[in-house]
Design a protein around this ligand. Structure first.
Ligand SMILES: C[S@@+](CC[C@H](N)C(=O)[O-])C[C@H]1O[C@@H](n2cnc3c(N)ncnc32)[C@H](O)[C@@H]1O
Length: 326
């Protein structure tokens, strides 16, 4: 490995191992610091009215994918539904629009307790969001819509309400989950058998790279676990892992498509230096850097039409013409 890249790898590993130790020893303090710093998870500059643009687009994308895959209800995606959103970031903006659009119940689950408690900050996002959707009433209206939208931060709290959700949403979340098996087991326990799941997964490096988008795969498995297990650093599961996960948990795959990718030749340039678990994967798998997944429970009317034979090598591209740029 070139010297500069080796230096980058060494300093990234040191920094992330130290951060992981801190998150593991003092989760409350670490989450509090993330909250104070208003770490949003939605990318730089997406504050205030830019955040409102982003969340409007996020909701629009969920609706577009639901329409495209025919899982919208009669009154749209949200009307009458009992929604669970995973990994909300520091606001309940998607929840706000979901309730406005008629969700019967709405709850969040995020084990990182990063929801902002700062009313003035939240109003800079919620007020323009309601305005964009022509809803009067400002922050008071936002608070009324969100008054019965809890964000559970523990598994116990999520599970204690029993089987109740019929729509599960996530965007830029599953790649941060260190125990996907556990999460999908919990989802099975809290969703009805005909539930719909819409997930957009970002398989990129999240900035942990030197000069190649797959540099974060270079770290050996054990070292990476020590860097990432408690901080939400990407879990490095590739698209084939998500397809297997869905099958193992008895969900029917209605749709999977790539949102981002690199050329297979770029994968080959890095392949010789990848740890064996990644080196053995086909270029068509390693080249996928983002994916939409639309899933339904076994008793959903469309479940028999689930895709049984799709493997990651034959993944189509997402219908970009229907989706936002985010
Ligand atoms: C990149 S942010 C995305 C936030 C939001 N969905 C958005 O689009 O702005 C990732 C979110 O996933 C949350 N997260 C991390 N691990 C999680 C887990 N195991 N279950 C649910 N959420 C998780 C993080 O705390 C954070 O809120």
């Amino acid at each position: 490995m070139p010297v500069l890249k080796a230096l980058w790898a060494g300093s990234s590993a040191t920094l992330h191992v130290a951060r992981n130790l801190a998150f593991r020893a003092l989760p409350g303090v670490s989450h509090g610091l993330l909250r104070l710093a208003n770490v949003t998870g939605r990318g730089a500059g997406r504050e205030g009215s830019s955040a409102a643009d982003y969340f409007s687009a996020v909701v629009g994308d969920y609706e577009a994918m639901a329409e495209y895959t025919r899982v919208s209800g009669e009154g749209g995606l949200f009307r009458g539904r009992r929604v669970l959103e995973l990994g909300l970031g520091n606001t309940r903006s998607v929840a706000l629009l979901g309730r406005l659009k008629g969700a019967e119940q709405y709850a969040g689950f995020d084990p990182f307790d990063v929801q902002s408690r700062d009313r003035a900050y939240l109003s800079t996002v919620y007020e323009p969001l309601l305005e964009r959707h022509r809803e009067p009433g400002g922050m008071a209206r936002a608070e009324a819509l969100l008054s019965d939208v809890p964000v559970h931060t523990t598994r116990e709290a999520l599970l204690s309400g029993g089987r109740r959700f019929d729509l599960v949403l996530s965007r830029a979340v599953l790649e941060h989950v260190s125990d996907l098996e556990g999460l999908f087991r919990d989802l099975a326990a809290v969703t009805v058998p005909g539930a719909v799941h819409l997930h957009k997964v970002d398989l990129r490096s999240h900035g942990n790279q030197w000069d190649h988008e797959l540099d974060f795969l270079l770290f050996p498995e054990g070292l990476y676990r020590a860097m990432a297990s408690h901080t939400g650093l990407p879990n490095r599961v590739r698209v084939d892992g998500y397809l297997d996960l869905v099958r193992r948990h008895g969900l029917a795959l209605l749709h999977a498509s790539a949102t981002r990718w690199i050329e297979p030749a770029a994968v080959e340039a890095l392949r010789p230096r990848l740890p064996p678990s990644f080196r053995e994967k086909p270029a068509s798998v390693l080249s996928v850097l983002g994916v939409w997944l639309v899933l339904v429970g076994p008793e959903h009317p469309l479940a028999p039409r689930g895709i049984t034979a799709l493997d990651a090598e034959a993944l189509p591209r997402a219908p970009a013409e229907r989706l936002s740029v985010y």
